[in-house]
Design a protein around this ligand. Structure first.
Ligand code: ADP
Ligand code: MG
Length: 242
């Protein structure tokens, strides 16, 4: 079966700075891949390239059958297939949780408000926040706002979800409630690529962990083997508790 996401020898620079230096990996349907590595190793850039938020100089990226590097790329169709959640949730403050989630399905996909409401309620239920539907963002905790942001992505019914350090701004208790939602999604068969510093979560949930270093895939291993790295660099990284 073909991969949902495939990077082959991807190179990306910002001016003189080489950020991705020949990155290759594949993610199959229903697979969960965690990208880990020191700050500056190119993890966010890799995610941004997958969603065509950055252009690449060399190599190829394919996502849900879309060739990202092709001049004919239909970015709109691509972004309907890919959900992305960042550290900052960026909910609209003047809209309720439900309205935030309904916005893209009605405006971008053009489905009816009734249908969008049903999908939004379903997604809020999946993140455990059905009872907060009528709350505004300022009435929600950071963890709850992040879960609304995840529900907002889910409402577009993406084929793959990208998460970039979505718990980094949260305290430990709120972090665990967001990780729980992500774990449920993974168990439900969602294809996911996540950048995380939560090693316990990567070990438990990620089928594959990719350790990036200096813009390269330095080591790839099953999540359950994260305690037994092959390379001294990953051993140091895991040992440092980062
Ligand atoms: P990570 O997510 O692993 O911390 P990033 O992919 O964000 O790493 O960044 C990798 C390197 O690229 C860093 O040195 C960062 O400063 C640089 N970088 C990222 N985005 C840009 C940009 N838009 N312009 C210039 N440099 C950038
Ligand atoms: Mg980053």
């Amino acid at each position: 079966m073909s991969a949902v996401v495939k990077l082959a020898n991807v190179h990306k620079s910002f001016g003189p700075l080489k950020v991705l230096d020949g990155v290759s990996f594949e993610v199959g349907r229903g697979e969960v891949v965690a990208l880990i590595g020191q700050s500056g190793s190119g993890k966010s850039t890799a995610l941004r390239c997958i969603n065509a938020l950055e252009t690449i100089e060399e190599g190829a990226i394919e996502v849900c059958g879309h060739a990202i590097h092709a001049p004919t790329l239909d970015k709109r169709a691509l972004r309907l297939s890919v959900g992305i959640v960042f550290q900052s949730y960026n909910l609209f403050p003047h809209l309720t949780a439900l309205q935030n989630i309904m916005l893209a399905p009605t405006c971008v996909k053009g489905i009816t408000r009734k249908e969008a409401r049903e999908i939004a309620m379903d997604c809020l239920t999946r993140v455990g926040l059905a009872e907060k539907a009528e709350h505004y963002p300022e009435q929600l905790s950071g963890g709850q706002q992040q879960r609304v942001a995840i529900a907002r992505s889910l409402a577009m019914q993406p084929q793959v979800m990208l998460f970039d350090e979505v718990t980094s701004a949260l305290d430990p208790q709120l972090t665990s409630e967001v990780l729980k939602v992500m774990e449920d999604l993974a168990r439900g068969g969602m294809t996911m690529i996540l950048v995380t510093h939560e090693m316990g979560f990567a070990r438990r949930v990620a089928g594959t962990v990719i350790y990036m270093r200096q813009g390269r895939v330095w080591e790839t291993l099953p999540g359950r083997d994260l305690d037994n790295p092959r390379t001294p660099e990953l051993r140091d990284f895991v040992g440092s508790g980062l």
